[in-house]
Write a protein that binds this ligand. Structure first.
Ligand SMILES: CC(C)(COP(=O)(O)OP(=O)(O)OC[C@H]1O[C@@H](n2cnc3c(N)ncnc32)[C@H](O)[C@@H]1OP(=O)(O)O)[C@@H](O)C(=O)NCCC(=O)NCCS
Length: 140
């Protein structure tokens, strides 16, 4: 919830809880947490995809470290874990999407590039698949 609030996503808390339950119970998804003194201070989740170009690829979907615990290397540990897991399940690449959500994310691009990611200028476009309530359903 803290990650999504900080990064300006509008996903509802209940939906995050529902999706988290799927993440932690899936064998195809890596969820890694870092604990200190019994508290979770950071986490990452990594999912798998498959395509003609690269075969199996992984995506670092979520990466978050609580503000008080930043700049101590936890983010790096989580990325390295994600990459090691992806490699262990046969992936040739680990991808990450940096979503601006109206903010300046230049520092994040640098953060990832210093950790071995390259920006090939690819653009992610998304189509909203939720039904449009203003349109009547099309019958075929
Ligand atoms: C991005 C984020 C995960 C980084 O977590 P972090 O634990 O601070 O990451 P690290 O400590 O590994 O690295 C952060 C910086 O601290 C530096 N650092 C690492 N250990 C350090 C130490 N012991 N002393 C001082 N600096 C240190 C790193 O070199 C790095 O700086 P750089 O990017 O200029 O190289 C964290 O800032 C965060 O949760 N941000 C909000 C959510 C977010 O943006 N997630 C990514 C979505 S794509």
């Amino acid at each position: 919830v803290a990650l999504y609030a900080e990064d300006g996503f509008s996903t509802l808390r209940a939906k995050l809880g529902e999706n988290l339950a799927v993440l932690v119970h899936s064998d195809d998804i890596r969820v890694m947490v870092v604990e200190q003194d019994g508290d979770i201070v950071g986490f990452a989740s990594t999912t798998l995809g498959f395509g003609l170009e690269q075969g199996r690829v992984a995506e670092l979907e979520d990466l978050y470290v609580r503000p008080a615990h930043r700049r101590g290397g936890i983010g790096c540990v989580l990325i390295d874990d994600s990459a090691a897991w992806a490699r262990s399940v046969g992936c040739r690449a680990l991808e990450v999407i940096v979503a601006p959500n109206g903010k300046n994310v230049t520092h994040l691009l640098g953060f990832y590039i210093r950790r071995g990611f390259t920006d090939e200028g690819r653009r992610l476009l998304a189509r909203d698949l939720r039904p449009d309530p203003t349109k009547a359903p099309v019958t075929v």
